[in-house]
Structures are given as structure tokens and as C-alpha cells.
Design a protein around this ligand. Structure first.
Ligand SMILES: CCC[C@H](O)CC(=O)SCCNC(=O)CCNC(=O)[C@H](O)C(C)(C)COP(=O)([O-])OP(=O)([O-])OC[C@H]1O[C@@H](n2cnc3c(N)ncnc32)[C@H](O)[C@@H]1OP(=O)([O-])[O-]
Length: 716
């Protein structure tokens, strides 16, 4: 709702009430409409201030209402009516003015903000455009070029930047509402025509068409099939070339198309998933709201390879003092040189001051004795990690949290060699660790709620999206990746080329197909893991069935031929030289595949784009159902957040489990049955998928509840 009060000196104060962010729900819109009418009718009122309760102006339209029928007064006429008021109206912005919240402020004649306020039109990140006049008013206020930047990226800006851009009239370090009240009193009775943004022309550069074309092509390239950024540019083209009323018509048309698109639903689901995963729960009943996190101020990182360096930077950026340990002298010397530069660059990128002197380098494990938390990031080798954990357990003071950055090894085994297994968790970062948003927090059967809560909270401080996951080989992300990679290799055996597979996946929206990704990360990573698992190596027979399952030796043979990817200048593609980045098809690979097929009596067939997507993605999705069934992830949102934030799954497709819901569970089941083969267990449809289909395919938002019920009745 919104409340109305009349302050001394003829100022009406309208306050939005809808915790936590005063989103413009039907009740709030009704409250505003009523309050504005009252202010208009009251002859004693000469000016109006609109503000939000609890130091937050407004977080925009109420996203929760988008799924249902539209109730209450619509936003666009409400906003237009505010602009038309003949008494000065000021927005007093504290906290946030985002989306519809900023559009409301743009309809006001003046905007006054607290210096800590954040403003923006982030609709594009929800698959929409600023559809309450924002796409037409903002460019008229700050010019086309700046509006294109804000609207197509959805980025939030500080009050200082908003003032510089001309979005705000004044910024204060003290109470923004008091200042706004004082301000509107001082301008009461003055003409308002020039303050009504809808009446102004849109300031454009002389080469407006070429600017719009350039931005459109950049946006298309960056958005990988997302519709909203393209629609934003179209709306801004309308603002630049049409009178306001026609521009609004275009905005309405574009918004209607976006609003009903699957992409908007996917992006809004992704918004809520990100929040759902913060409210973690463990099978033991421990949860985010009944477990206490420790506040960490001193930490250590063991191992300064690529991952360790990134983790040091991520920790240092939060102001935590870090002891960075590396026992190999050469690696330590290099890290001591490179890490401070990385820290400075990243701080610059985030517009933060570089935290001074928070990192100390050491070659001695004894130096971690005083820290509160250690993150081990040594080479992915169990015997080495066990040694490190044993050692840490003896040198660290009692109560120190011991975390491993392993990407899939057994956390429980590591915990078992320490004196306090309850204080051991996995903190699985993604490369580059100071940039990538995802953090898998892996709990073993003995990890204490306090250890999980602390790792989750530390992740939040580092700006990560932390997802609590159970302990199993590969955890969630890498466990699902395995059947996906496996299918990609099988497709090569059957007649596809690396480029064909990659193009299908890139067209779906992944930034990189599976083979280009494998070249980038190095083919030897998986090779080493397969050797450790006894799947390849000396003495292992070169067959296409190993350990009772279909197996493709293709990647092993590539490694044996020295083709490790970009680092050797040759992998599934060829590059200009070692470290080269531009992938070109390599005739060698085609001959290699032909020879391989001939040796194994395989006849290449033509493979459709549809089959590539079904085989790779449905295998991955099926493993997601197995993970839910095994309670390794608490819900589909957890899996989807992991894939969106860590594995390049296109955000506008919500995540693999959301995608399964969109495709239809019945269809996924039917296609898995079709592709399924007795020696490819990953394609055998999961019990959970079957049960969901049998239950009438409830929507993804209901799966968590369904799984819990099935578990109670021991059906899973
Ligand atoms: C015609 C329409 C045109 C218009 O142009 C369209 C729009 O305005 S589109 C909208 C454009 N606006 C945006 O895109 C802004 C979206 N919001 C944000 O970016 C952040 O929430 C914000 C920065 C505001 C606060 O960050 P923070 O302090 O880290 O806090 P937090 O993030 O954890 O959220 C706390 C709780 O608030 C909830 N909630 C939040 N916003 C909304 C909402 N609009 N609605 C409903 N709920 C919302 C959120 O789910 C969470 O709920 P819960 O049950 O506690 O989990």
C-alpha cells in the first residue's frame, strides 16, 4: 500500500509500503493512485514528495505478480498521471530506485537521492524492457548514448554517477526525504513544463543511425539469442525517432512480446533461483536460518596455481587478510609477482580501492597457524590432498575451518584424516576464481552446520552465488558434465565433427561448445582423471566398452598424440601456435576420426542438430534428476543456479531443470528412452523423472515439494 500524510508547509508525503523493497504491487499502485488524487484535490497542498518506507524507495514492479493475472491499476497510466500533476512532485530516493521504481521517479518533476542510493533499469536482466515509459523518458533526460548503455546492460549506478549523468537533481549525505520536502516547498508555484520528460526532445548524437546499428550488433553478439537486449535497442530507436506517444506505443508492443516469451519466464525464474539457493538446507535439518556463521577475518590459501591465485584475490577483495602458501619456490616467486597485479586489476574493474597489505606470501605451512579458515587449492590428487589436510590439522589452532577447492574428490575422506571432521567442507571455485560467480559449498556427512554456514557466508561476502551441495564424485556441476561430454564423444564416433557439435551448443546459447571448451581447459585434465579411475593407461585394453559401459577412447588418443588443446596449439581444433586462441578446423582431426571409425567398423551417418542437442543436453538433465533423487542438491533451483553461474548455461533458458520443464518432462522421458542403450547407463531415465511424468509433470517450482513427499513415502 501507500500512505498519505500532509506535512507542515503544504507538502503531501506519499510513502510506499511493501517490504522488503517496496515493489509496485497492485496494492501499492492503488495506494499511489489514491494518494495522488488526494494531493491533487487538497487545495492546501502545493507540492508532493514520494518516498519509500524503511529507507528503500522502490525495487520496481512486483516480479511475483508477473505469473498471475494483472490486478489493480496499471502502472503506465499511473506514472503518466503523476507527471501530469500541476503541483511539483519530487522523488526522495533512498536505498534503491530500480526498474519501475526509477520509472516512477522519472515521472516525478524532481529527483533527490541519498548518496548511498543505487539506481538502474535492470528489466533486461529479467527478459523485459523498461515498459512503464522508462525506455522513452530516460533517453529524453540523459541522451540516447547514455540511455543505451544503462538500458541494454541493466547495470546499477551509484547516486554520484546518476547525478553526473543528469538522472538526479541533487544528492545528499543526510536525509533525502527532508531535503526533498524542503526542495519542493521552495519550487512550489514555479512552471513545470520543462520538468515533464515526455514533452522533451531526445538528445541524440549526429550519427544516430550508425550508433544504433553499432549497439545493435554488439548486443546481438553479446546476448547469444536473448530477445530482451535487442528489444531494448528497438525501443530506444523509437525514442530517438518518434514523438513520445508513438514511442510509448512501440514500447508497449515490444513489452507485450517479451512479457509473454519463455525467455522472460526463464530469466525471472533465474532471479528467484539465485535467492532460493541462499536459503540453503541440509538433509540433517540444518538451514540458513537456524545455523550460525563465523565471521572470518584471517584466512589462508594453500597452493598458488591458477585456482589458488584467484581465490587469494577473491578473499583479499573482501578485506580479509590472507596467508598465501606455496611450497614450490618458483611458483611462489611467480605468484608473489602476479597476484598483487591481479588484485589491483580486479579492484579497478569493481571500482574499489585496492586493499593495502592484506596478502602475505609464504613457503611454510606453519605460517597458517593463526588463521580462522584455510582453503586448500593444491593439485587435484587425493594422496597429496590427504597429506595437506593431515598437516593442516596438526598446525592450525583448534577450531580452524579446513576447506578444499577440489572439483570432485571425496570431502568425507579428507575430513577423516583431520582432528575435527565437522569443520571440513568443500569450497569449489570456478576459474578464474576471482571473477566467476559460482561457489559450490560441499558438505560431507560429518560437516557441521556452522562450517556450511560460514562457507556460504564467506562466499556471499566475496560476491559469489553459493550453492550448498552434497558430497559425491563431481558434486553437482561436474557430475552432470560427465554424461554431456560422454555423449559429445559418442557423436564424433557416429559421424559428427567437433565443429558441428560445438555449433549446435553455441546456437543453443552456450558461450563455447564442448570441444572448444575442452581445448581451452586442456584435454589432459580429464585424461589424468580417467587414468586414476583405471579407464585408460598402460595395461588397459583398447576397447569401446570399459568397466561394463560404452566408452570412447577418442580423447585419450588425442592426448597420446600430444594434442592437449590450446596450450599445445592443437587439440580438437588447430591454433596459430601454443597458447593460440582462434580455433580453426583441422584436417588432421577429420582423418583421425575417419581412421578411428574404420578401425572400429563404425559407419559415419549424418547427425542432425536436434539429435546433438537431445543427446548432450538430455543426458545432462537426466543426471540432474538423479542428483535430485539422491538429495545431493536440495531442489532444481540449486542445479540451475550452478549451471547458469558456473557452466555457461544461457541464463535466458533458466537452467537445465527449468529447460526440462519447458520442453516437457514427457518428451524428455520419451527421447531418453529412444536414445537409451543398456551399456550407456547415463541415458537410462531416472526414477524421479518417471515419477514426475506419472504424476502429470508438475511445474519445476513444485518439484522440491514433490521430492520431499516421495521421500517421506519412500518412493525415491
Ligand atoms: C510494466 C512493468 C515495467 C517495469 O519496467 C518492470 C519492472 O520494474 S521489473 C522489476 C525491475 N526491478 C528489478 O529488477 C530489481 C530486482 N531486485 C533486486 O535487484 C534486488 O532484490 C535489490 C537490489 C532490490 C535488493 O537486493 P538485496 O538487498 O540483496 O535483497 P534480495 O535481492 O535478496 O531481495 C530481497 C527480497 O526481495 C524480493 N524482491 C526484490 N525485488 C523484487 C521485486 N521487484 N519484486 C518482487 N520481489 C522482489 C526478493 O525476491 C527477496 O525475496 P525473499 O522472499 O526475501 O527471497
Amino acid at each position: 500500500m501507500a500512505t498519505y500524510s500532509r506535512l507542515p508547509g503544504s507538502v503531501a508525503l506519499i510513502t510506499l509500503h511493501n517490504p522488503p523493497v517496496n515493489a509496485l504491487s497492485a496494492a501499492v499502485r492503488q495506494g499511489i493512485v489514491d494518494a495522488v488524487q488526494r494531493a491533487l484535490k487538497d487545495p492546501k497542498v502545493t507540492s508532493v514528495v514520494i518516498c519509500g518506507q524503511n529507507g528503500k524507495f522502490c525495487g520496481g514492479a512486483d516480479i511475483r505478480e508477473f505469473a498471475g493475472p494483472m490486478l489493480g491499476p496499471p502502472l503506465v497510466p499511473m506514472i503518466h498521471a503523476i507527471e501530469a500533476v500541476d503541483k511539483p512532485v519530487a522523488a526522495a530516493i533512498e536505498g534503491v530506485a530500480l526498474g519501475g521504481g526509477l520509472e516512477l521517479a522519472l515521472a516525478c518533476h524532481y529527483r533527490i537521492a541519498h548518496s548511498k542510493a543505487v539506481l538502474g533499469l535492470p528489466e533486461v536482466t529479467l527478459g523485459l524492457l523498461p515498459g512503464a515509459g522508462g525506455s522513452q523518458r530516460l533517453p529524453r533526460l540523459i541522451g540516447l548514448t547514455a540511455a543505451l548503455d544503462l538500458i541494454t546492460t541493466g547495470r546499477h549506478v551509484s547516486a554520484a554517477e546518476a547525478l553526473k549523468l543528469g538522472v538526479l537533481d541533487q544528492v545528499t549525505d543526510s536525509n533525502a526525504v527532508d531535503l526533498a520536502v524542503e526542495f519542493v516547498r521552495s519550487v512550489a508555484g514555479q512552471p513545470l513544463d520543462s520538468r515533464r520528460l515526455s514533452t522533451l526532445p531526445c538528445p541524440c548524437p549526429p550519427d544516430v543511425d550508425s550508433l544504433l546499428d553499432k549497439v545493435m550488433s554488439k548486443v546481438r553478439q553479446r546476448s547469444r539469442g536473448a530477445l530482451a537486449p535487442v528489444a531494448c535497442v528497438r525501443a530506444l530507436r523509437a525514442a530517438a525517432s518518434l514523438p513520445y506517444a508513438q514511442g510509448m506505443e512501440k514500447e508497449r508492443e515490444l513489452m507485450a512480446t517479451l512479457f509473454n516469451s519463455g525467455q522472460a519466464r526463464a530469466l525471472q525464474y533465474a532471479f528467484f533461483s539465485q535467492r532460493v539457493v541462499g536459503k540453503w538446507s541440509l538433509p540433517s535439518g540444518a538451514r540458513w536460518d537456524n545455523s550460525t556463521a563465523r565471521i572470518i577475518s584471517k584466512a589462508a590459501v594453500i597452493g598458488l596455481g591458477t585456482m589458488g591465485r584467484g581465490i587469494v584475490v577473491a578473499l583479499a577483495l573482501t578485506g580479509i587478510s590472507v596467508v598465501a602458501v606455496e611450497t614450490q619456490e618458483k611458483q611462489l616467486a611467480e605468484a608473489s609477482r602476479v597476484v598483487p597485479a591481479m588484485l589491483q586489476r580486479e579492484a579497478g574493474r569493481r571500482r574499489l580501492a585496492t586493499p593495502p597489505g592484506v596478502i602475505s606470501f609464504s613457503s611454510n605451512l606453519q605460517d597458517v597457524s593463526e588463521v580462522e579458515l584455510v582453503i586448500e587449492a593444491v593439485f587435484e590428487d587425493m594422496s597429496l590432498k590427504l597429506q595437506v589436510f593431515k598437516h593442516l590439522s596438526s598446525v592450525c589452532r583448534p577450531g580452524t575451518l579446513l576447506c578444499s577447492n577440489t572439483s570432485g574428490l571425496d570431502i568425507d575422506q579428507l575430513a577423516a584424516v583431520t582432528q575435527s571432521p565437522g569443520l571440513v567442507v568443500g569450497m569449489h571455485f570456478f576459474a578464474p576464481a576471482h571473477v566467476m560467480k559460482l561457489l559450490e559449498v560441499v558438505y560431507g556427512p560429518r560437516s557441521s552446520p556452522e562450517a556450511v554456514a560460514t562457507a556460504m557466508q564467506l562466499g556471499k561476502r566475496m560476491g559469489k552465488v553459493g550453492v550448498a551441495v552434497g558430497n559425491c564424485p563431481g558434486f553437482v556441476g561436474n557430475r552432470m558434465l560427465k554424461p554431456y561430454l560422454e555423449q559429445a564423444n559418442f557423436l564424433l564416433e557416429e559421424g559428427a565433427t567437433p565443429r558441428q557439435v560445438d555449433e549446435a551448443l553455441e546456437e543453443f546459447g552456450f558461450p563455447m561448445g564442448v570441444f572448444r571448451m575442452s581445448d581451452l581447459s586442456g584435454l589432459d585434465v580429464g585424461w589424468r582423471i580417467r587414468k586414476e579411475a583405471g579407464l585408460t593407461g598402460p595395461g588397459v585394453e583398447s576397447t569401446r566398452t570399459r568397466q561394463g559401459r560404452r566408452y570412447s577412447p577418442l580423447p585419450d588418443q588425442m592426448c597420446e598424440a600430444g594434442r592437449l588443446g590450446q596450450k599445445t596449439g592443437k587439440g580438437w581444433y588447430q591454433y596459430d601456435g601454443p597458447g593460440g586462441r582462434v580455433a580453426r578446423s583441422d584436417p588432421w582431426v577429420h582423418i583421425f576420426l575417419e581412421t578411428y571409425r574404420a578401425e572400429h567398423g563404425l559407419v559415419a551417418r549424418s547427425i542432425t542438430l536436434e539429435e546433438i542437442l537431445e543427446r548432450c543436453l538430455y543426458a545432462l538433465i537426466n543426471e540432474g534428476f538423479n542428483i535430485l533423487q539422491d538429495a545431493v542438491a536440495a531442489g532444481p533451483e540449486d542445479i540451475d543456479a550452478i549451471y547458469v553461474f558456473g557452466y555457461g548455461w544461457p541464463r535466458h533458458r533458466g537452467g537445465p531443470m527449468f529447460h526440462a520443464d519447458q520442453v516437457g518432462l514427457g518428451r524428455i522421458l520419451q527421447r531418453l528412452n529412444q536414445h537409451s542403450h543398456p551399456d550407456v547407463p547415463h541415458l537410462k531415465p531416472s526414477t524421479l523423472l518417471r515419477r514426475l511424468v506419472a504424476a502429470g509433470s508438475p511445474p519445476v517450482q513444485k518439484w522440491r515439494e514433490f521430492i520431499n513427499k516421495e521421500r517421506v513415502h519412500s518412493q525415491l
